[in-house]
Design a protein around this ligand. Structure first.
Ligand code: PMP
Length: 287
């Protein structure tokens, strides 16, 4: 069965879907995106994703192609048409189609593309062992808070990780502090049990999973600090993990080939992971 995509006003077979070669997303990466998890048919933290989407659009001065109400309908229809119960929905909005010229076109209609995919079951061995990350210099622009489709440094970084046999690359700023992964936020738990992740300013994407985990930690009464941590601090931390919509909370047990603590997923990480799983179930139960 071909997958079905929503492409600028139409639902069509994904293998037949086309966009213009003058779409500014294609020519300038002039657009934004979101990835929302689907858990038991429910769009996880959809409102938070739509808020971040509105913010990204606003920062780039791209008009929303439709109201949130209609967008929510399109997302649900794409999920249904693709029979996705557990997986994710991807949406991308570009500034529109216009003759190539860097400045904004006088007339352009933002173009929306939506696709949905089923989740691959997580490999239990991977979870039991945790993930390896490598460190790389952060080569990105100064507005990483905008979820732009311009992802070239992220693509190159993830490829370096793959080639090193690692799951993710943690990007490090000019002062030696970890910003975030190429598609995830970075966290440590100090040997004193304090959960640490970088403050959400222009230097990182404010992950929705990040926000949910901060909330879970607060509700569980865990100690939490929002501050930058250096690569050196991460390497000597008690625990490390990463968060994203698709990786949830994934323990990080090796950094640049060296074990984090004793090299196995830590107790705080696994407790938060269980808390996140319960959060997803609560949302799906409508509680
Ligand atoms: N940082 C970057 C650079 C990302 O691409 C992502 C995933 N989109 C995240 C963090 C995590 O964000 P979220 O929890 O919203 O998936």
């Amino acid at each position: 069965m071909s997958r079905i995509a929503y492409v600028s006003g139409r639902y069509c077979r994904q293998d037949e879907a086309v966009v213009s070669i003058e779409d500014r997303g294609y020519q300038f990466a002039d657009g934004v995106y979101e990835v929302i998890a689907v858990h038991r048919g429910h769009l996880v933290d959809e409102a938070l994703h739509l808020l971040r989407l509105a913010r990204s659009l606003h920062e780039l001065r791209i008009a929303a192609p439709m109201s949130d109400r209609v967008l929510r309908h399109v997302l649900r229809r794409v999920i249904r048409l693709n029979k996705v119960r557990n997986g994710s929905v991807y949406l991308q909005i570009t500034r529109g189609v216009a003759p190539r010229n860097h400045a904004f076109p006088l007339v352009a209609f933002p173009q929306l593309v939506v696709t949905a995919q089923r989740a691959k079951p997580a490999d239990p061995k991977f979870l039991a062992e945790g993930a390896a990350v490598i460190s790389i210099p952060d080569l990105r622009w100064a507005r990483r808070d905008i979820k732009s489709i311009s992802l070239l440094p992220n693509v190159l970084g993830k490829q370096l990780a793959r080639e090193a046999g690692a799951y993710e690359a943690w990007q490090v700023d000019a002062d030696g502090f970890v910003t975030e992964g190429t598609s995830s936020n970075a966290w440590i738990v100090t040997s004193g049990g304090v959960i640490v992740t970088r403050k959400a300013d222009h230097d990182i994407l404010n992950g929705i999973t990040r926000l949910v985990v901060i909330d879970l930690a607060a509700k569980a009464g865990l100690r939490f600090e929002e501050r930058a941590f250096s690569l050196a601090e991460a390497k000597t931390a008690g625990e490390a993990f990463l968060t994203s919509t698709s990786s949830l909370i994934t323990p990080v047990t090796r950094i640049d080939g060296a074990k984090v603590a004793d090299g196995v997923p830590g107790p705080v990480t696994m407790m938060l992971r269980r808390g996140l799983a319960e959060h997803l179930d609560r949302l799906a139960d409508g509680a």
